[in-house]
Design a protein around this ligand. Structure first.
Ligand code: UD1
Length: 418
């Protein structure tokens, strides 16, 4: 079993380079199924979720060449199979993008129900509502989803909840639908814009991504060749921003888009940290104990739920009592029990947690319950007095590339032990 051993107490200093966005990559890769040809995707993060989805695409008949650890050339000219391997698809959440892509490409797909982080109930009713509105038949049976469509016809779809996954999935399914599809109350996250940009680069006609109304005018086919660069990871950049604040460090985060980080920047300034926009990089530093704050997670451009655990670590050592209201996921405070083992004083009930700020944390053996919880516990280990052993780090490897190497480059004392 791999673990991270962290000796805390170092103020982070120096430069870190952000990888391509996980949540964009895991949607763009299935989107290549809509191209009957070859395309090159670069700035892919070197993470396990990307490797799994590439393996699934190979099983469906795609040919993939890794040009280097961040770039693939993928040939989806011939798709030989419409059943995605159930054991692979049920390992991660974004396997649901195979449904939208394959409905568009082949009019048929069977996949396992998506897995991913355990954050409470993760329904896909809005995805199904969208596919059915476009004319598909969707059956759920014994942990599998079977979706079929003779023909997809554009229509208006109103999302009952703002859903990143459903917005992207309906976009994918409607690229070739006859006529115009309108998604109302769409999610606006940067990776939604990135998937739309990728599809438009390849010849799709998608307008309004990044606003709450997206219109997709169906096209007959996409280009048979092209290349695309994945957007930088907003959440990875935000994780390093909060690590700098928590450790009273001073770092420059390169290869990021500062506007995507506005909500995190605003909170950092509110709690007494400093942020300087340097164009395609951002400097973050903090000289004092953070102030208390109230945080509510919301769809973009609100404070991201995927930054909530990292912010929880900062507030656990803030001066005063803070409150976090988690409005997206019902079970995203599991990390607070681990933080309490490190000396934090957090009471979590339902979707609210109260953080009575303590002056210091202490190293302890702790367990990552999911991807972002794992990243948060690394930050806690960096702040704590003494040694922290962090287990279940395979969750972290799903979404962060070389995380310990990036922290080491900032001066952290962190080792991976196999
Ligand atoms: C994506 C992200 C995840 C992030 C989340 C919210 C990926 C691969 N994962 O997950 O990291 O935490 O956005 O920013 O991009 N909902 C429904 N019915 C649906 C779909 C969603 O009720 O059909 C609800 C969910 O229970 C949740 C909310 O809508 O309360 C948002 O979920 P959604 O945006 O769909 O999250 P994911 O796409 O799964």
């Amino acid at each position: 079993m791999n673990k991270l051993v962290i000796n805390g107490g170092t103020k982070l200093k120096g430069n870190v380079f952000i990888s391509g966005a996980k949540n964009a990559a895991v949607a763009i890769l299935p989107a290549t199924l809509l191209i009957k040809g070859v395309c090159t995707i670069n700035n892919l993060p070197n993470i396990s979720d990307v490797k799994i989805i590439c393996n699934i695409l190979k099983e469906l008949g795609a040919k993939i060449t890794w040009n280097n650890e961040h770039e693939i050339t993928i040939d989806t000219s011939s798709i030989s199979c419409t059943t995605a391997p159930l054991d692979m698809t049920s390992k991660f959440r974004a396997s649901y993008y195979l449904i939208g892509s394959m409905l568009g490409r082949c009019g048929e797909i069977e996949v396992g129900l998506p897995g991913g982080c355990n954050l409470g109930a993760r329904p896909i009713d809005q995805h199904i509502k969208g596919f059915e509105a476009l004319g598909a038949k969707v059956e759920l049976n014994q942990g599998k989803i079977l979706a079929k469509a003779k023909k997809l016809i554009g229509t208006s779809i109103y999302m009952d909840v703002v859903s990143v996954g459903a917005t992207i999935n309906i976009m994918l399914a409607s690229v070739f639908a006859e006529g115009t599809t309108t998604i109302d109350n769409a999610a606006k996250e940067p990776h939604i814009v990135d998937v739309a940009n990728f599809l438009n680069t390849m010849g799709a006609d998608i307008r309004g991504a990044g606003t709450d109304v997206i219109k997709i005018n169906g096209v007959k086919s996409l280009k048979s060749s092209g290349s695309y660069t994945v957007v930088p990871d907003q959440i990875e950049a935000g994780t390093f921003m909060l690590a700098a604040v928590a450790t009273k460090g001073d770092i420059i985060i390169h290869n990021c888009i500062p506007e995507h980080l506005d909500c995190i920047t605003a909170k950092i300034i509110e709690i007494g940290g400093n942020v300087e926009d340097l164009g395609d990089s951002i400097r973050v530093w903090c000289n004092k104990r953070p102030n208390k704050a109230t945080v509510k997670t919301l769809p973009y451009p609100g404070f991201p739920t995927d930054m909530q655990p990292q912010m929880g670590v900062v507030l656990s050592i803030a001066d005063g009592t803070s409150i976090i209201n988690e409005s997206i996921w019902e079970s995203r405070f599991q990390y607070t029990e681990e933080l309490n083992k490190m000396g934090a004083c957090i009471t979590a009930q339902g979707k609210t947690a109260i953080f009575e700020g303590v002056k210091e944390l202490f190293g302890a053996p702790v367990y990552a319950s999911d991807l972002r919880a794992g990243a948060a516990l690394i930050i806690a280990g960096l702040v704590a007095n003494g040694q922290t052993e962090l287990y279940n780090i395979e969750h972290i490897d799903r979404g962060y590339e070389n995380i310990e190497e990036k922290f080491k480059a900032l001066g952290a004392n962190i080792q991976r032990i196999s």
